[in-house]
Every structure is written in structure tokens, then in C-alpha cells.
Design a protein around this ligand. Structure first.
Ligand code: RIB
Ligand code: CA
Length: 315
């Protein structure tokens, strides 16, 4: 099998955890690294959480690098109310056996991508885009070297989730998002318009719980936590599971519908900070360098998750 080289940048985070279990269990990826960024919880915890999940999945072959502890300009702001104080919901933290890899995530990102053939390394960015923005500042050639950059972030028809105008990942570091989108990277943005179609219903959570592996139990625990919190805070019966979407697209692109566009980000206003202005009209945008996910096959996404966390490596 010709494996897709992949770097996952994330801020685990309960839905990041489901995305990581999907990636760890998918035989189709050559996972070069996990890079942690401050976001849902501080980077010390997101890096530890990535190491915990890696150990649960038995994937200590994948290095975890610690990255940026704060946005490019804005003050750090978490989302602990949706992920728990430690970032992994009801999962009790433990000190993983394997430490973080030596070196900063930004340097690792540059070194890993620039050492490989052009467009051969894809990225999934599941938190604020700070690490990638810093890497692009340090090595602008990264934009042409990288393959597709599948990002969870943004909102258009769905409105925001952290504010009325913005989705958390973009809101947390709008300057980083703006710099990445202006860099020439091949960005595919999976915003709330698509991720709100991918919901952890009771049946879907129960199906993962019935699998019985440690990876499945962990993924189900994350979704159970989200189910409880979203019911309490938002009043939704089934929580959206955002971060698996970019990973699922890299595995099976046909699960999503994408539209060519140009995406710009509000970085100045406090009221609309992090708003993603998604322009589909070429004549207005002067070119459509990005792609925006407009639809998701949620049954297909959950089928991938179930296969990845099951006993056999079937995807
Ligand atoms: O808005 C959803 C995004 O913000 C997800 O990546 C979730 O993990 C949080 O980081
Ligand atoms: Ca995340």
C-alpha cells in the first residue's frame, strides 16, 4: 500500500482525540509526527494528552513534538468547558512512558516536510494554526512543498461556536489563520458548515462502545463526555465531532463535498475576530485558491472511525 505521509497538528481536546484514534488506526497513513499546540488547554497538557492517546493506541513509533504555547498576537484562551480541565473529558490523566521528541514542533514540521518530495506530505490541522504560521514565517518555501493542508476551522452558514461570528480554532489565533491562508498553502477548510453534519448520536456512540478495544473505549469516552456537555451547555442531543473530518477526508475524499473559494479572516475587530469570509465568486475574489467543505457523509465518517478503532487494521 502506498501510504500518505501525514503530520497532525492538534490541541487534544476530546474531538482531537477521536481524530487521533482514527489516524493511529488507519493503515493508510505514514504518520510522521504529531505536533501539539496550545488551544483547548495549554500546550503542556495538549502535548501530554497526545502522548497519552499515542500510548493507548500503541503507536509510540509516532513522535510527539511540543509547539506554540500562545497565539501569534492574541492572549491564550482555552475551551476547557467543552473538553474538561485536563482536556480529555472524563479520562484520568497519566504520565505516558514515552516523552516528547527533542526539539520544537515548528522546527520538526519544517525539517520533516522540506526533506521529502514536493507535495508528498499532507497536514491535518485540528487546533489554532499557530505552529504552521510560525513554520511558514521561518521557511516560506513550506507553502509550495506541503501537500494538502486539511484544517478544521471556520464557519459560514452555521455562524460561530465561540462567538456569534467565529469558530474556536480560527478565533483563538486569527492572525495565524490569516497568514496560513495568504501563504499559498493548499488549504482545505472543514468548518462548522460541514462538521455540524457529523454528529455523535446515541446509536453511533453505542456502536463504538460495543467494539471493545482500548482505542474504541477511549473514542467512545470522549464522545460520551461531549454528549453530556453539549446537552448541558448548548442543549444539543448529539454533539458535532469536528476534528475527525479533515482526517476522514484525507482517507476518503468522497465523503465530503468541497467548493473552490477564497477565505479571508477578520483579525482586527473584537466583535467579529476570527470570522471566516468565504467567497465563492471568482470575479469578486480574484482567484479561488482554497476549498471549503459544504457537505459531509456522516455515516461514512463514523464507519471509518469504527474500522480504525476496531481489532483489525481494515482502513
Ligand atoms: O470549534 C471546534 C474546534 O475547536 C475543534 O478543533 C475543537 O477541538 C476545538 O479545538
Ligand atoms: Ca481541536
Amino acid at each position: 500500500m502506498n501510504k500518505q505521509a501525514l503530520i497532525i497538528d492538534c490541541d487534544p481536546g476530546v474531538d482531537d482525540a477521536v481524530a487521533l484514534m482514527l489516524a493511529f488506526g488507519a493503515g493508510a497513513f505514514d504518520l510522521l509526527a504529531i505536533t501539539a499546540v496550545g488551544g483547548n488547554v495549554p500546550v503542556q497538557k495538549t502535548a501530554r494528552n497526545a502522548r497519552m492517546l499515542r500510548q493507548i493506541a500503541g503507536r509510540e513509533d509516532v513522535p510527539v513534538f511540543m509547539g506554540a504555547d500562545r497565539p501569534l498576537r492574541r492572549e491564550p484562551a482555552g475551551a476547557g468547558e467543552f473538553h474538561g480541565a485536563e482536556g480529555l473529558g472524563d479520562l484520568t490523566p497519566f504520565e505516558p512512558e514515552t516523552p516528547c521528541a527533542e526539539g520544537h514542533a515548528v522546527d520538526a514540521l519544517i525539517d520533516l516536510v522540506m526533506a521529502r518530495p514536493e507535495r508528498s506530505v499532507a497536514m491535518a490541522v485540528l487546533g489554532p494554526m499557530t505552529n504552521l504560521a510560525l513554520a511558514l514565517r521561518r521557511e516560506p518555501g513550506l507553502a509550495e512543498r506541503l501537500g494538502p493542508v486539511a484544517v478544521m476551522g471556520g464557519a459560514r452558514s452555521e455562524g460561530g461556536n465561540i462567538t456569534a461570528s467565529a469558530e474556536f480554532n480560527i478565533w483563538a489565533d486569527p492572525d495565524a489563520a490569516a497568514e496560513v491562508l495568504a501563504s499559498g498553502c493548499d488549504v482545505v477548510l472543514f468548518g462548522l458548515d460541514a462538521t455540524h453534519q457529523v454528529r455523535a448520536t446515541e446509536d453511533r456512540i453505542a456502536a463504538v462502545e460495543a467494539i471493545g478495544t482500548a482505542m474504541a473505549d477511549t473514542a467512545a469516552s470522549m464522545m460520551r463526555f461531549s454528549q453530556r456537555i453539549e446537552r448541558e451547555i448548548v442543549g444539543w442531543d448529539a454533539p458535532p465531532v469536528h476534528d475527525p473530518c479533515p482526517v476522514a477526508w484525507l482517507l476518503q475524499p468522497a465523503l465530503f463535498e468541497l467548493a473552490p473559494c477564497r477565505i479571508r479572516v477578520e483579525t482586527q475587530s473584537d466583535l467579529t475576530r476570527g470570522h471566516t469570509a468565504v467567497e465563492f465568486r471568482d470575479a469578486v475574489a480574484g482567484g479561488l485558491p482554497h476549498r471549503w467543505a459544504t457537505a459531509a457523509d456522516s455515516d461514512g465518517v463514523f464507519a471509518l472511525i469504527a474500522a480504525a478503532v476496531g481489532p483489525g487494521r481494515t482502513i
